[in-house]
Design a protein around this ligand. Structure first.
Ligand code: FES
Length: 181
């Protein structure tokens, strides 16, 4: 572990302790950085990795800041922006596209009230969160479940052979607050 420096970003002491404990927990284990990032992200209220957290981590482990950042940006699992309470991920791979995933996406954007300026990336690599932070909408290249196309993931649960109606109902259920376990 490196010693803290004067330029070290300030996190709340509890956050620092939490990260320090994780560093001890994963020290020397294969995939240490991924495990650290995953657990830190999970602990954040909006399920993302704030820049000051990445900087603190870099100051405490022997991994260059640039490498931490490139891992955090490479894996779609990690978020660098605050996420919504619910995440809906639509597959834009070929099998799902052929079976109507673009219409699902367009319909969902309408249902959630997204405007173009809310969206980041293209339709095939989209990430957008509603202003009230209730929903994050994303697209992926393929879930590897092409036989189930079109596939949508809602709060980590895979839904298969989705149509506009079932997706709309799913979103309404979440909107009304009946969260999945
Ligand atoms: S193309 Fe959608 S799961 Fe593969």
């Amino acid at each position: 572990m490196n010693s803290p420096t004067l330029s070290e970003p300030r996190l709340r002491p509890q956050e620092q302790e939490f990260i320090d404990r994780l560093i001890v927990k994963y020290h020397g284990s294969p995939g240490m950085l991924l495990s650290l990032l995953e657990e830190i992200q999970e602990s954040q209220p909006n399920k993302y990795l704030p820049m000051e957290v990445l900087e603190y981590l870099a100051s405490r482990i022997d991994v260059p800041r640039a490498q931490i950042y490139s891992v955090a940006t490479f894996y779609s699992l990690f978020n660098l922006k605050p996420q919504g309470e619910h995440t809906v991920c639509i597959c834009r791979g070929t099998a799902c596209h052929t079976r109507g995933s673009r219409s699902l996406l367009e319909r969902l954007k309408l249902q959630l009230g997204f405007k173009e300026e809310d969206e980041e990336g293209s339709a095939d690599k989209l990430s957008a969160t509603t202003p009230d932070r209730r929903f994050t909408l994303r697209t992926v290249a393929c879930f590897g479940q092409c036989a189930l196309a079109p596939v949508v993931e809602v709060d980590h649960a895979i839904l298969s052979h989705v149509n506009e109606r079932t997706l709309e109902r799913e979103i309404e259920t979440l909107r009304k607050g009946s969260r999945k376990a």
